[in-house]
Design a protein around this ligand. Structure first.
Ligand SMILES: [Zn+2]
Length: 203
């Protein structure tokens, strides 16, 4: 039942949404990329790979191949979680580069190129990518991670303050006051708890 829950995209940065692809939104943990099928679905909903390419890769994959890529994706996820946990809350300095070799190695395999396409009545330059193997599905994830590392202010990369909540996000709010993964989940829960303890205090 939980497996049909939609993935969470509340981090304000895809690379952090990737970390949130395992979470406990209600009571049981859900891993949206638990297998190859899950990885395909997550990538589609994250809009990291075009739908047509995903369908093609899924159709061409050998048995077990996508599951193996999902395994690699989960390893990458836990590696990046460790990196984020070590560095969040303070500015990320150039010294961190040393620890980022796995991402640069992944990005080296990228096969992006540009092409001119027609957009209604004008021409536009589009970035496209060759998808040679199921492993190439890891590359847009690597790119999303690299964008977090190179583009986000790590002093504003935060963990939700909700009790038992594991979700991470980039606080892009004015004044940097964001405390919760979502107001409707952890924010409300905290309000209810505070209210209850106030009531108890009044008794
Ligand atoms: Zn939360």
């Amino acid at each position: 039942m939980h497996l049909r829950m939609p993935p969470l995209f509340l981090a304000d940065a895809r690379g952090l949404d990737f970390l949130n692809s395992i979470a406990t939104p209600v009571d049981a943990p859900v891993d949206w990329i638990r297998d190859g099928r899950g990885l395909i679905d997550w990538l589609q909903q994250a809009e990291l790979v075009p739908r047509a390419q995903l369908a093609e890769i899924a159709a061409r994959a050998m048995p077990g191949e996508l599951d193996r890529v999902a395994n690699q994706a989960r390893d990458l996820r836990e590696w990046f979680r460790d990196f984020v946990k070590r560095h969040m809350g303070q500015p990320l300095s150039a010294d961190a580069l040393e620890g980022l070799t796995p991402i640069n190695r992944l990005l080296e395999r990228d096969e992006t190129y540009h092409r001119i396409v027609a957009h209604a009545d004008h021409l536009a330059l589009e970035t496209a990518r060759r998808w040679r193997s199921p492993e190439s599905l890891l590359i847009p994830i690597g790119e999303a991670i690299a964008r977090v590392v190179a583009g986000e202010d790590f002093t504003q990369v935060k963990a939700c303050q909700g009790e038992n909540c594991t979700l991470l996000f980039a606080d892009h709010t004015r004044g940097h006051a964001r405390r919760w993964c979502s107001m409707s989940v952890c924010g409300n829960r905290a309000k209810v708890t505070a209210h209850r303890s106030r009531q108890r205090g009044a008794l």
